[in-house]
Design a protein. Sequence first.
Length: 741
Amino acid sequence: MAKKKTSKSIPKTAGKKAAKKVTARSRARSSGGRGAVKTSVAASPTALPKEWQGGRIVFAKPPAKPLKGRAAERLPATAVLDTEGRSIPRKVSDWFVRKLDGSHKVLVRSFDHYEAPKEPYLSPEAAHVLQENAAAWAKLMETEKADATKREQDSLDSLATTQAPKEFQNSKVVLAKPKKPVAEAHCWKPDFAGEIYPAVLHYYGYLPDEHVGSIRDPNGYPAKAMSPEAAKLYRTHRTFWEAKHAESKASSRTASAARKRAAKTTIEKAATSAGLSKVELTAKLDRLGMLVEEGHLQLVADMISGFGDTWLYETLLAGSSVDPDGSPKPGKILKRFKKRANFILVLALAIMPDGVAIDPTLRRDATIILDVTADTVDIVADIAPRLPNLKVWPSDLDDLEALLPQTAALLATCRESLWLSVRALGLEAANNLATHTGDLVLGRLKKIDPKVAAALARHQGGLSIGLTELPEAVAASLAPHRGTLELPNLRTISVAAAAALKQHSGPLKLGYFVHGPPFKLEASAAQHLAQHAGPVSLPSLRHMDSLVATALAAQAHGVELSSIKEFPAGSGGVKLCERLAATPSDYLWLRLKTLSAECASALAGFPGELSLSVETWSDEALPALAAHRGELRIDPKTLSAAAAAALAQRDRSTTLRFKESYPPSLSLSDEAAECLKAYQGELVFEGKLEMSSQAAHSLVQRKSLALFRTKIKPSIRRIFESAGTWENSVWTRLPARRERD
């Protein structure tokens, strides 16, 4: 009888000890140590794994245990072995991670340092599927790669018969000016769902400046965008643009191989012409690299500028190039400078003498995109005039406390938002910054001269300045600005300054930092703010009297008061609530000490999501909110039958969400539960819920509701489980037995 093979599979509930054992075995093999086995998974699978769905690896259920936190269970993707205990090729595990459903993977730093790279970790369930189907995943990966190669070749072949759009002239797209600026009307990545997005990005590089721009994605990161007209041109001639992308990729591969061959020859020739051995040349470059690593970048710039021999530049730039989209591609020599490689490339290109033998793409007039930091931006600003098409991307300017005029001029060319930490700003630098067209944030600039303020007022875009005081002269100088004006550090505003700002048109935000001292506002200053030609936001205004409330209620463009604690009694408070409800927004969140029935009724007119946290709810305020017609979030500690009856009358298109309160508990009476069972909208309980068995029997008559099973007593939980099922935090009632039968 043949000996049965043992399978070293990963249990679906593998814990931390299993993870450590698997990781240790993987490291021993991957490091080439004793017992290491090199494998390649090539067996043809007889059937596709059931998790392979529509080009993705999808699981029917989320991980049994979380991937983050103390109770987390996860395994490094590179530590998973196949069923024979052999290492799975890295390219296979990387492909698996890319295709895997996001709920079963997480990025984790390999060691505790903010610059450490993050590595993919898998849930035990995903690791098990990777292990058991390693051959299938390898086959799928190779098939996908072959299909992509064939598609690329077919796309290349189609160029011979595909007619170029008439807008494509001399390797550029020529379009009429867009109807609206890209900042106002644009298409970005989600609008190209289903497209070959790398081809879209390649097309982006052909577009004229007025048809491209940068926006902020929902997470606050910059994202490329284009005009609707440019997007329409892409979709109309998709086949052609995809073919041009394939042509670019093929050309890049050919050029890269040629550069690697030429780089080796260049380095050997440079060493010979300099009378140096390869070892001596390497030692010189190592010394230069040490200065770079120690941060002596200005000294490095001076040294490179002082080298007159062409051999040094040829050596530094050997194998380097610039992609058509402007991305620098450092060669082997420059890569030893790590994160400074692109900086050294641009520096050497700008200051090298004529006649240096380098890659044809390294031209001074080429478009080059370079990340700049606080310790490189001044140096780059000095050489920028020699590189007319240099475009910089500010990546870390937190330590830039002073701004030179030439540096301001360079940064002003960025089409993205600028966050600068400068503590002082001269007039010439301010004039240069005024030409910038994105948002400009000067959070550490506490004081400015009126002339500097007047220069900044010419800036086209959002403007945020960290002024701690606002003199009338500075306010008058800022008033001509058109766009959002933020003064986050202000804690009060004088009557004269408020009067001067009346001339400003656009959103005005004063006292933006809510965790500092409260913003104080006099009634006379509030009257001037009410006449401001744009909405007024006072995020740190917590208290006001009736006169201030009455004045702000007259603001025709809208008011935002996210930190208000209590509305004044009387008509002033009610009018202000009516003004808040009428201010255009998707949501209105308030955290209050008390709320009167009159104010609650006024706030109920808000058409979007209304979220109210109130320390002491009145029996009259809750029923008054029943008129709200959207998602209503409230946090009462108790709910009376009258309030529940009123809220239950809201229609099926609404949502009633009981937020988690502090202390985190909602006591639901039997009568209130009986009323809520008839509510036809979505009912959600986020926090701890106290109720009797009778109340629970009322609620289980609903079709569904959302509540956490861990936040109700076991006896109450059993009532729900006997009548329905949970999926995550949503309980759904089972059909009656007669219906099931």
